[in-house]
Design a protein around this ligand. Structure first.
Ligand SMILES: C[S@@+](CC[C@H](N)C(=O)[O-])C[C@H]1O[C@@H](n2cnc3c(N)ncnc32)[C@H](O)[C@@H]1O
Length: 317
């Protein structure tokens, strides 16, 4: 994976301000910021994409029966981590505003451009948790979330699985901001946050330098909402590198964007920031991962409820 030297950004995603202030924003400006946010990870700044996923989940919890469908504790942890991050605009008032039913309309507008993506955030959290729980049942002793953002899975599952070691790796700016909330929650003894720029250092090097990851243990890795911001070569590089530090039989659950006719989205993302760098059809994944050390074990994902992404699981050969 390489840094985009021209814009000084990581994984080729350019920076921009965010402006989720505590109320007083119009739906339109929120939508524009959402687009900026979805495409932004600037070196030295908290990942806007990570913040936006977490706040979207808070709003999703007031839609239909999503409060019951989302894993227990996810929304409450997300709110507290966001507030503790100190990210401008993500204060307690924003949490209250995000749960106002009118906020759903903002996401309805977003869904015109990325159909299904709002609920897709919820589906993918459920999917990832199911994969981790299944892998643990089958013997996985380490869980690693790559590009964890403000994801709450490790915080929630670590206390229930004391014989499993949970790891998160994220860019230092985001990792440090999240650590503030994790400390306030009381960091589980079996949860480790590693701050590293994977654009600068290979995952295997990061893990071996940290020293706590055991290369020989059966493990489950997650990359959620991440691959679309990498080029195809970078995705394959990450998979190869992940294979180099995991035992045979380990799993890698990930989401990926699918190619499609999203003319409006494409125009907007080109105007505001950089477009996604990779997309792949679910049915093409076996060929896509060939030679990386992973074999696809999940079925072809044809679920349109997953929005502009699809979900997949590979096994370390
Ligand atoms: C779209 S967010 C997804 C967050 C989380 N996986 C979720 O779905 O809630 C992408 C994440 O990748 C991380 N990331 C981007 N570039 C990175 C880099 N060079 N090194 C480490 N992490 C990076 C960002 O900090 C951010 O947390």
């Amino acid at each position: 994976m390489r840094e985009n030297r021209t814009s000084g950004t990581v994984w080729g995603v350019s920076g921009n301000r965010h402006s989720y202030h505590d109320g007083g924003e119009t739906a339109c400006s929120l939508l524009i910021e959402e687009f900026s946010g979805l495409l932004i990870v600037k070196q030295g700044r908290i990942s806007q994409t990570a913040l936006k996923v977490a706040i979207a989940l808070v709003t999703l919890s007031v839609k239909d029966d999503w409060a019951q469908r989302l894993p227990p504790g996810l929304v409450e942890f997300s709110e507290r981590l966001l507030v503790a991050s100190g990210s401008p605009g993500y204060g307690p008032r924003m949490m209250r505003v995000s749960k106002q039913p009118w906020m759903l309309r903002v996401y309805q507008i977003q869904d015109l451009l990325m159909p299904g993506q709002f609920e897709g955030f919820g589906h993918r959290k459920i999917f990832m948790q199911q994969q981790v729980e299944a892998a643990i049942k089958q013997g996985a002793r380490q869980v690693l979330v790559v590009g964890a953002g403000f994801d709450t899975l490790c915080l929630r599952l670590a206390p229930q699985n004391s014989d499993v070691q949970f790891f998160e790796v994220d860019h230092p700016a985001t990792s440090v901001a999240k650590a503030r909330g994790v400390t306030l929650e009381g960091q589980p003894a079996n949860m480790i946050q590693i701050a590293a720029d994977l654009g600068e250092q290979a995952l295997s090097k990061v893990l071996s330098e940290d020293g706590r990851w055991q290369f020989s243990l059966p493990s489950v890795l997650l990359a959620e909402g991440l691959f679309q911001y990498l080029t195809d070569d970078e995705v394959r590089g990450l998979l190869r590198d992940a294979a180099a530090c995991t035992a045979p039989g380990s799993r890698f659950a990930f989401t990926h964007a699918i190619p499609g006719e999203r003319r409006m989205l494409s125009i907007l993302t080109r105007l505001i920031a950089e477009p996604w760098k990779s997309t792949v059809r679910s049915k093409d994944l076996p060929e896509y991962v060939e030679g990386t050390g992973w074999t696809m074990i999940s079925d072809v994902d044809t679920e349109s409820a997953h929005g502009v992404e699809r979900y997949a699981v590979a096994e370390r050969a």
